[in-house]
Design a protein around this ligand. Structure first.
Ligand SMILES: Cc1cc2nc3c(=O)[nH]c(=O)nc-3n(C[C@H](O)[C@H](O)[C@H](O)COP(=O)(O)OP(=O)(O)OC[C@H]3O[C@@H](n4cnc5c(N)ncnc54)[C@H](O)[C@@H]3O)c2cc1C
Length: 472
């Protein structure tokens, strides 16, 4: 009998795993079958796009970083090359709320590291002492041990407290919705530590990299890319290529393991139906994997539960362009925790990307929740929308009525990579390997939350499965 694999969870991680499993099986001439089981009525997980009346509104991710090639490559492989669009980088500017005013992040600040002297020196965002302290990065020796540390400790150590509070914390919160004092440097920004070790200074390292990039003959890609009709284009195209059994609206409620059976795994659905399989791939959030594995291995379940999650929400608002006096001259703003506001960040979507709103409209997307105001995510819709509108009035002077509004909540939607995360993941992997042969864990809980990382992990998981079921 051909081996049968069950993939639980049809977000981008489960979908990518299924796709690459199919590719691997074909390339290696393996006869295996699979079933992909998703709880929601549609595939895609956090990827959800609402398109109507000329708007493209993303509820979850809106783009992926191009420097990590896996999402871009998958789009190309799927024939979506012509649909790829980049951010409008000629308008790239990020603002930071500082004392209730939006201040531009100085030109030449790469991630959080200043690489051009004049714009940085002239910026009112950082005090003269703060600038001097950031400059000390050129002289502070590298840390001698390789132990993980929090992003906050690292930034404070190299660039000082002001850089942390005014630049790093809000920018990084925008990506990981995380508290930098608990966020693991090794599992989120290992490159910073590599640069520190190689160059002894972040500023020197960034300048060296900038020089190398300017000499490169490779065409320069926009930093972030997406698909013209939104990221669900990736999901629908991916699903259309899958040849296995695809189930939606089905929740897996139990997982049984009988090592001596010819098909050792039994997967039970909420409707009572049972599927047997030779292997199971869990592409769900870690707490779901924990619940399914708890009856068999409480210690493993505990470790999975220790991967924390935070809740967030996104609110997209469209306005008549003629009614908005703000120039929207950038990609949006982020907000340090210290500022007295209830928002986390706001993307000026119709500036950041083309094809997102009709020409007489503008589109904004506000982020709420995360580590600073998680409680807001549970407010009733009307209260949450009122909070957003009040804050936008204070920050951007917007008083017009929105022509369209969309709210998406992501309860426990964002995995948190706390200090020691990589060790925790390695312990989980080794417990799984010891106890459950042919059980695989993949997805955003483990080795990267961004779409490219999820796709890469799916590729790696598919490769492992095909090796385990391959000839001899
Ligand atoms: C608001 C927001 C904005 C983001 N922005 C970006 C961005 O711009 N760029 C970027 O790269 N990343 C972004 N991310 C992160 C990225 O979207 C996620 O990390 C990624 O989509 C997670 O994919 P996944 O497949 O691992 O998990 P999920 O998408 O969570 O998929 C897991 C799936 O498992 C299913 N499931 C759960 N339990 C069961 C069960 N018992 N039985 C069957 N199925 C089950 C769920 O329904 C879900 O579909 C963002 C995330 C959020 C929340």
């Amino acid at each position: 009998m051909n081996p049968h694999i069950i993939i639980i969870g049809g977000g981008i991680s489960g979908l990518a795993t299924a796709y690459y499993l199919q590719q691997q099986a074909q390339a290696k001439n393996l006869s295996l079958t699979y079933t992909l089981i998703e709880k929601q009525p549609t595939f895609g997980g956090k990827i959800i796009t609402d398109t109507a009346d000329g708007f493209v509104i993303e509820g979850g991710p809106d783009s992926f970083i191009s420097q990590k090639p896996w999402a871009r490559q998958l789009c190309q492989e799927l024939g979506l090359q012509e649909r790829l669009i980049g951010t409008n980088d000629e308008q790239r500017k990020t603002f930071i709320l500082h004392k209730n005013r939006l201040q531009a992040l100085p030109d030449g600040v790469m991630l959080i590291i200043p690489t051009r002297f004049m714009p940085f020196a002239l910026s009112p965002l950082i005090s003269p002492w703060g600038k001097l302290r950031m400059g000390l990065d050129l002289f502070i020796p590298s840390k001698s041990d390789d132990e993980d540390e929090s992003l906050a400790d690292f930034i404070r150590r190299r660039l000082g407290n002001e850089a942390l509070e005014k630049i790093a914390e809000p920018l990084m919160a925008g990506i990981y919705v995380a508290d930098p004092t608990t966020l693991s440097l090794q599992s989120t920004f290992p490159r910073f530590r590599q640069i520190e070790k190689k160059y002894g200074s972040l500023i020197k390292g960034m300048l060296a990299q900038q020089k190398a990039t300017s000499k490169s003959t490779q065409p320069k890609l926009p930093l972030f890319m997406t698909l013209r009709g939104g990221l669900t284009e990736l999901v629908t195209t991916l699903v259309s290529k899958l040849k296995g059994e695809l189930l939606t609206n089905q929740t897996v409620t139990r997982l049984e393991y009988e090592p001596t059976a010819s098909q050792p795994y039994q997967v039970q659905l909420a409707n009572g139906q049972i599927y047997r399989a030779n292997a199971v791939i869990l592409a769900t959030p870690a707490f779901v994997a924990a619940d399914l594995l708890k009856p068999h291995h409480p210690a493993l379940a505990e470790k999975l539960k220790n991967i924390r999650y935070l809740s967030t929400a996104t609110v997209s608002l469209a306005f008549n362009k003629a009614e908005i006096s703000h120039p929207l001259n950038g990609f949006g703003f982020v907000i340090p925790k210290k500022e007295d506001t209830r928002l986390m960040a706001c993307t000026w979507v119709s500036t950041k990307f083309s094809h997102r709103a009709p020409t007489d409209q503008i589109l904004l997307r506000v982020f709420i929740g995360g580590y600073s105001h998680e409680d807001l995510v549970d407010l009733p819709d009307d209260e949450l929308l009122s909070v957003v509108k009040e804050e936008l009035k204070k920050i951007m002077g917007i008083t017009a009525r929105p022509t369209r509004q969309r709210l998406y909540r992501w309860p426990n939607g964002n995995a948190q990579y706390d200090v020691g995360h990589l060790e925790r993941v390695a312990e989980i992997a080794s417990l799984v390997q010891e106890t459950f042969p042919q059980l695989y864990l993949t997805g955003s809980a483990f080795l990267g939350v961004g779409l490219p990382d999820c796709i890469y992990q799916g590729q790696q998981t598919a490769e492992k499965v095909s090796q385990d079921f391959g000839p001899g």
